[in-house]
Design a protein around this ligand. Structure first.
Ligand SMILES: [Zn+2]
Length: 478
């Protein structure tokens, strides 16, 4: 399957690579200009399969590098780096640098992952690895997560070079592989551990937040910025038992014991907590949310009103914003249908509120289960806990100004991500990472990780204009 796929797309793509733009003084600084070139770039990136099973981030990196070279970037400012450990030459990460004129200002880092979640043709309405425009949407795997931002960042760097733009602050871009993978395959972790100096920056822009749109009216509700995220950790809950013949069952059974342990995990409520990002989130959302829900948000943010919080917890997203959550996601048990089970194991996935360690949460689970026979262990090596990055005026200000300019009256709302991004490697390494895209979507538009993933064409082009301008606001120069 692997080779077939590539041959097909290579042919299709060789056609569009010839359209790679060259450095020209007629480059317009109108944020929306050169849309055709952007569409060609986005299509090329989308149609380069970068799924873990059959794709190649290295091929995608080489194609984006070719565009940057054609725009005038010297080879010395373009780096394709592959983690030798996993022996997967196809897991290339791309770093591109546009040097700034003011060495007193630390660089800004533009981050996006170019790998995508698996997608099977037979499950989709359209080919997931062919960019399709239909009914005001772009459909494809990665259309939203995360090739929208990757394409916008490469396109912006191409335009900056063509315009002869000289930033004061150095602008770096890192396109990572392995964000959707695990362990040693995670490109961002490898880059932080092995190429820290190359990607050094004061702060980074990354996926993790976008604008929220009303699903019925299409009205823009708020533009999100993500500051901080919860810590991802899987725990293994395990019981063993001598077992025996199933024709002579005994009360002591590994599967039942595991079931009882999981019921206690389900019943356990981690304490309610707030940090700057989550308190600001509820305060600002409370200001634009009508009715009881809005009142509850304000009462929660300003007074930690227990009744208000209890009502908010009925909403899974607000619940996940208010505390650590742990949930059983996988279970394996038993070795034969006619034998009493000797081992029963469950995976419990926790999203840990910032400020707590994995060991602390493991102890909480042990306490909740309260059964010495039940073993609770970390499934994977613990990642570095992170303190949410601050949101100082020189970071939040430009986002608010640009949002007001592009979408007058639409508020900016900071939030803590309940999911995980590559920011969980860069922020603890000292590069404060913020999720911001300016790409609006309603709660059921993108279908990221799901079938028929999509992004609004208008919204993608607005995100392009937003990020192109935002980067220039941060980098200064002219
Ligand atoms: Zn993603």
């Amino acid at each position: 399957m692997r080779s077939m796929l590539f041959v097909a797309s290579a042919l299709a793509l060789s056609a569009c690579t010839t359209t790679a733009p060259v450095a020209t003084s007629s480059a317009s600084t109108d944020p929306g200009a050169h849309e055709a070139e952007f569409r060609g770039l986005y299509k090329e990136l989308i149609e380069t399969n970068t799924s873990f099973s059959v794709g190649s981030c290295t091929l995608a990196s080489e194609r984006m590098k070719a565009r940057l070279l054609a725009a005038g970037y010297p080879e010395s400012d373009l780096h394709i780096l592959v983690n030798p450990g996993p022996k997967r030459p196809q897991d290339g990460n791309l770093v591109a640098i546009l040097p700034g004129s003011d060495a007193t200002q630390k660089p800004i880092l533009l981050m996006a992952h170019i790998d995508v979640v698996e997608a099977r043709r037979e499950d989709w309405v359209r080919d997931p690895f062919v960019l399709t425009e239909d009914g005001g949407y772009f459909y494809a795997r990665g259309a939203s997560d995360d090739k929208a931002m990757a394409a916008i960042f490469v396109d912006s760097l191409v335009r900056f070079k063509q315009e002869g733009y000289k930033p004061a602050r150095t602008i770096k871009m890192m396109l990572n592989c392995g964000e959707e993978a695990n362990g040693e395959f995670i490109g961002a972790d490898y880059m932080v551990k092995n190429h820290r100096a190359l990607i050094d920056a004061e702060f980074a822009l990354n996926e993790g937040a976008g604008g929220r749109m009303d699903p019925d009216t299409g009205k823009y509700i708020f533009n999100g910025v993500q500051a901080g995220e919860k810590l991802y950790q899987d725990f293994t809950i395990e019981i063993t038992n001598p077992g025996g013949h199933s024709s002579r069952p005994v009360p002591d059974n590994a599967i039942y014991e595991l079931g009882q342990a999981l019921m206690k995990v389900q019943a356990y409520e981690f304490p309610i907590e707030f940090n700057d990002a989550t308190r600001t989130f509820f305060r600002r959302m409370g200001a634009i949310t009508p009715g009881q829900e809005g009142q509850d948000m304000r009462d929660a943010a300003d007074g930690e009103n227990a009744a208000a919080i209890r009502r908010l917890m009925a909403n899974p997203s607000y619940n996940a914003t208010l505390r650590t959550t742990c949930v059983a996601t996988m279970i394996t048990a038993g070795h034969a249908p006619n034998a009493l089970p000797q081992r029963a194991t469950a995976n419990v996935n926790c999203r840990i509120f910032p400020g707590h360690t994995q060991e602390e949460i493991r102890q909480k689970l042990v306490g909740a289960i309260n059964n010495a026979d039940v073993k609770v262990s970390l499934k994977s090596p613990p990642e570095t806990p992170m303190k949410p990055p601050p949101l100082p005026p020189h970071i939040l200000g430009p986002i608010e100004q640009l949002t007001e300019k592009m979408w007058p009256g639409v508020p900016v709302i900071p939030a803590m991500a309940t999911g995980a991004t590559d920011g969980r490697f860069t922020t603890p390494a000292g590069i404060a990472t913020y999720g911001v895209s300016g790409i609006f979507a309603d709660s059921n538009t993108t279908n990221a990780h799901g079938l028929n993933e999509r992004v609004g064409v208008k919204q993608l082009m607005e995100g392009r204009m937003f990020l192109y301008q935002l980067v220039k606001m941060y980098a200064g120069g002219k």
